[in-house]
Design a protein around this ligand. Structure first.
Ligand code: FE2
Length: 355
């Protein structure tokens, strides 16, 4: 992932601000139950935030755990097939590096500053029981969107409903009407911290999702004006319609520049799996800011994904669900105003959580 390494000026090189970062990280790692005697690694790299590596290391030491920083080189762009200009997933600074992967598997806790998400190596490290916490959002968002037990409960109660469901349907006034069969893949939760062996999470997020059965998605998804697409990192100015048959987007309709950009960027991967339906779910955080990227463009879109009542559609990989689809193309599309039904019962109604 081409993580933007810029740090706001107000956070640069000031002891007070670094202390504030350490304090934020330490509170987060306490939520992750990092404790004396544990072994931790801070996985950093040229594409990550050096301030975060320092703060994470100091915070872990403050909690009494053993820690060192594993610093990695950037992914070489020439290693990326196709001519995509957007952030990729699944090809990481430790892809093919057995020594690094084996070392990370021996840690109790890994702070991931380089984005291992959607990679085979992340799956392998988690399977060893290591907890992984991804941290890539700017400091203002880490400070604002604190994980809480209340949010965890909302995520987990939603996950219980999703686990029982055999079908999922999304409709909207904008014209979305898509149905998915469920049951093949597990439900996953993100509540912003990892306190159990083998659990991955991303600080700070609050949403849940699953993957539809292979070939089990049919219908139309209309991404409306004002909805968000990562990694384009854009709030749409014109609608886009995705026509989906048997689990793959077959047509991307829309005459505006956003539709054209999405068509170009998805095609740029030169990978048919870029068009596969990936994780589907909804956000629960009533305090998340939908328009966060208007004031913090360095964000990777955590808050739109977590925003209470957003319905998230996505495309690309399913490795972490236990599937076999590995693709570097991944697009998340949180949408407002949708109704999401599980076996016919709404859990989100016109963009509002159903309690
Ligand atoms: Fe995603």
């Amino acid at each position: 992932m081409a993580i933007n390494a810029k740090v706001p000026e107000s956070w640069k090189g000031r002891k007070m601000q670094q202390d504030k970062l350490v304090s934020l990280f330490q509170a987060e790692f306490e939520r992750c139950k990092v404790r004396k005697g544990e072994n931790a690694i801070v996985l950093s790299g040229e594409s990550g935030r050096a301030e975060y590596a320092r703060a994470a290391t100091e915070a872990i030491r403050n909690l009494g755990a053993n820690v060192f920083e594993m610093r990695t080189p950037s992914v070489r762009r020439e290693a990326v097939p196709g001519d995509s200009k957007v952030t990729i997933v699944g090809l990481t600074p430790i892809s093919g590096n057995k020594l690094a992967v084996d070392t990370l598997k021996q840690a109790d806790f890994v702070v991931d500053l380089v984005l291992l998400l959607h990679s085979p190596e992340q799956v392998e490290i988690l399977s060893a029981g290591t907890r992984i916490l991804m941290v890539v959002e700017p400091p203002e968002i880490l400070e604002r969107a604190k994980p809480t037990e209340e949010l965890r409960n909302l995520v987990e109660s939603g996950a219980e409903k999703l686990k029982r469901a055999k079908s999922l349907r999304i409709i909207s006034d904008a014209g979305t009407d898509v149905e998915m069969r469920l049951g093949q893949y597990p439900v996953m939760t993100q509540y912003g911290f990892t306190d159990q062996p083998g659990r991955w999470d991303h600080w700070p997020t609050s949403f849940l999702y699953t993957w539809p059965n292979e070939g089990g998605t049919n219908g139309r998804v209309v991404i409306s004006k004002g909805d968000f697409i990562w990694p384009l990192n854009r709030y749409l100015s014109d609608p886009i319609t995705l026509v989906i048959e048997d689990g793959y987007i077959r047509t991307i309709e829309g005459g505006g520049p956003d539709a054209q950009l999405l068509r170009e960027q998805m095609a740029s991967f030169k990978d048919p799996e870029a068009y596969a339906v990936s994780h589907i779910g909804w956000g629960v955080d009533p305090h998340a800011k939908w328009d966060a990227l208007l004031t913090q463009p360095d964000s990777v879109g955590t808050e739109p994904r977590s925003f209470a009542g957003n319905v998230q559609f996505s495309t690309g990989p399913n490795l972490e669900a236990g599937g076999k689809r590995h693709t570097l193309a991944h697009f998340d599309m949180p949408m407002l105003g949708c109704t999401l039904m599980l076996d016919g019962e709404p859990v989100v109604h016109k963009g509002q959580l159903v309690s």
